[in-house]
Design a protein around this ligand. Sequence first.
Ligand SMILES: C[S@@+](CC[C@H](N)C(=O)[O-])C[C@H]1O[C@@H](n2cnc3c(N)ncnc32)[C@H](O)[C@@H]1O
Length: 406
Amino acid sequence: MDVVRRQYETYPYPERDPADESTRLIEGSPSHPVEIDHFLFGGSRDWSRPFRALVAGGGTGDGLIMLAQKLADIGCPAEIVYLDMSQASREVAEARAAARGLGSIRFLTGDLLTAPDHGPFDYIDCCGVLHHLPDPDAGFRALADALAPEGGVGLMVYAPLGRTGVYPLQSAFGALFEGDAPAEKVALAKVALDRLPPTNWLGRNPFVGDHKQSDAGLYDLLLHGRDRAYRVNELTDALDRAGLGLVSLVEPARYDPLRYLPDTPQMRERVARLSGPQAAAVAENLAGNIKTHVAYATRAGREGQAMARPQRAGAVPRLAGVAAQALAAHVAKTGELRLTLDGLEFRQPIPKEAARLIAGIDGRRSLRAIAEGAGIDWLAFASAWMPVHRALAGFNLLHYSEGARR
Ligand SMILES: C[S@@+](CC[C@H](N)C(=O)[O-])C[C@H]1O[C@@H](n2cnc3c(N)ncnc32)[C@H](O)[C@@H]1O
C-alpha cells in the first residue's frame, strides 16, 4: 500500500470524535460560504441556485462539515462530493455528517486525480493534500480540470519557514524508523523527542505544536512519508502551470513586505518595483512565521473579476470572529486594530471616526444602507470606508456576501 495511504488508514487526521458534533462546529478558512462568495463570486452569488462542491482529500471532514452545515443553514440546494483515498478517514467524516443529519454529501473513496470524472464543480476545497501527492502538479491540474468555467478553488499548502524544525526531524525519523510499523514509529519518535538537544530547531519553534496534540498529529507533522512545503512564489508558479490564477492569499496583509520594513520612501520605492508574487515572496522571507498558505484561485484569466469590491454600494459586509459593537468601541478608543498571528503583533490604524461605520455592520445592511444610517453621502462614505476595508479584509476579518451568513 502507498506510504501516505497507509498513514491515513492508520492515523486519520485530524483526529476527530463524531460525538463532538453535538457541542461545536469547527470553522476555518478556506471554504466558509461567506468567504467563497467574497473571494470567488463577487459577494453576490444567489445561494438559492444549486451549488456543486468537491472536497478533495476531505480527511476526517473539518472543511466538509463546515461547508455542508453552513449551506444547509442558508437553504442552498447543494451537492457536495467528498473524495479521499483513506477509508478510515471517510468513516469518521461520514459519522460526523450523520450526527448532524447532513444529507447533501456524496462520499467517494478514491484518488484526487480522478476529480475531473465527478465534475464540473462550482467550488473545490483542497486543504493539506496537494503537498502529499507524488506529483503535486498533476493534482493541481486535476482540480483545474474539475472546475466549472466560473468556479473557484480554496486551498491550503504548507509553507517551509513557519515550519522550521519540522523537515529535519521528518528526515531524521524517516531514516531511523524506516520499515517500522506506524504505531512503532510513533512510540519511538516520542522517546526521541523527549531527549532532543536544546539546539534542535523544532524545540526552538514554539509556533508548531501538532505533535503535542495527538498521535495522529505527531505522525502527520514529523513522520509523514511524503510532504513538501511551498514558498508562496512556488505556489503561484504551480497555479500557473495548472492554468489557474491566484485571486487572493488569505490574510493578504501578511504578504505585504512593508509590514516588516521601516516605512521609508526608499523601502516603499523598492517594494513598488516588485511584481505581486515577488513582493509576497519577500514578505514571506522577512516574516519567517508563515506556516501555511491559504489561497483562493479561479481559472486563469478570471482571477481579476472574482473578488467582491468595497466600492459596490450593494455589497453586504460581514465580520468574521469579531463582534461589530465590540470592535467599534475598540476602534473609537484606540484608533487601531491590534492582533497577534504566529508570534507577531500587527498594529493597523483605523481612524476613530470610522467606528460608527463599523457599528453599522449587522450582516443585513449593504454599504449604502450603512452610509445612510450614518447620515453621510456615498462618496464621503466610500473614502471613509476604505481604511476599514483595508485593515479588516487584510486580516480576513471582513468579507462581503449578500446571501451567505456566518
Ligand atoms: C492532512 S489530511 C487533510 C484533511 C482535510 N482536508 C483537512 O484539512 O482537515 C490529508 C488527506 O488527504 C488525503 N489524500 C492524500 N493524498 C490523496 C490522494 N492522492 N487522493 C485522495 N486523497 C488523498 C489523505 O488520505 C488525508 O485524509
